[in-house]
Design a protein around this ligand. Structure first.
Ligand code: E4P
Length: 226
């Protein structure tokens, strides 16, 4: 399962890239705006930090303009994946740009049928918004299962990129459902890494270890240097 980080913050991206756990990055206009920096500078920095798919979204809602923006984003770097929204104009733009070899992350997917059509048109990724779906109704996890099943049924190469992962349970559901990738905000990645139980267990072991005489403790790692 590929793990993408869902942020435009270069410090967070660097932190998790150094940890070796991220395969790519997803941004969106809101995440970019949160940084309050020149947007193009952020993109130039991200492509240097992570050698993997970097999703960047168009901001137009009109098909012709979306195509122009998609071409421009695609020209910035070979790892850029263009995010197009799952609205009628997005489908129109998708149909044009995939024929030009542009990689598309078709985003804001809320139904299996939207994903089916995006796969037929040749999207590289579809992004079901699991957390947002659960906020307004239910079935975020089931949506991923449905899309994975449909893609398997017909051998679509489009990858399911589980998005809007607002807690670590969603990531587990996505993995169980066979999502090819999940895009995860830094805070949720942190929650996946850090378990209080693990830290408490370690504290218990080391507490007992400390009861050993100094000489005996020192003997185990005698001569070891960092
Ligand atoms: C995905 O590509 C989106 O950037 C993101 O997952 C949206 O998440 P949110 O619903 O928490 O804003």
């Amino acid at each position: 399962m590929k793990i993408f980080i869902d942020t435009a913050n270069v410090d967070e991206i660097t932190k998790y890239a150094d940890l070796g756990i991220i395969d790519g990055v997803t941004t969106n206009p809101a995440l970019m705006a949160t940084e309050q920096r020149t947007a193009i500078d952020i993109i130039h920095e991200i492509v240097k930090i992570v050698d993997g798919p970097i999703s960047v979204e168009v901001v137009s809602t009109e098909a012709g303009r979306m195509v122009a923006e998609a071409r421009h984003l695609d020209s910035l770097h070979e790892n850029i994946v263009v995010k197009l929204p799952a609205i009628p104009a997005g489908f129109e733009a998708l149909n044009v740009v995939v024929r030009e070899g542009i990689k598309v992350n078709f985003t804001m997917i809320y139904t299996a049928n939207q994903a089916l059509l995006a796969a037929k048109l040749g999207a590289t990724y579809v992004s079901p918004f699991v957390g947002r779906l659960d906020v307004t109704s239910t079935g975020g996890a089931e949506l991923i299962e449905e899309i994975v099943t449909i893609f398997d049924n017909y051998g679509f190469e489009t990858q399911v990129l589980a998005a809007s992962m607002r807690n670590s349970i969603y990531v587990k559901y996505a993995a169980l459902a066979g999502a090819h990738a999940a895009t995860i905000p830094p805070a949720v990645l942190e929650a996946m890494i850090d378990s209080e139980m693990s830290r408490m267990s370690l504290d218990g072991f080391l507490e007992v270890w400390e009861t050993l005489p100094e000489e005996s403790k020192a003997s185990l790692f005698d001569g070891v240097e960092e």
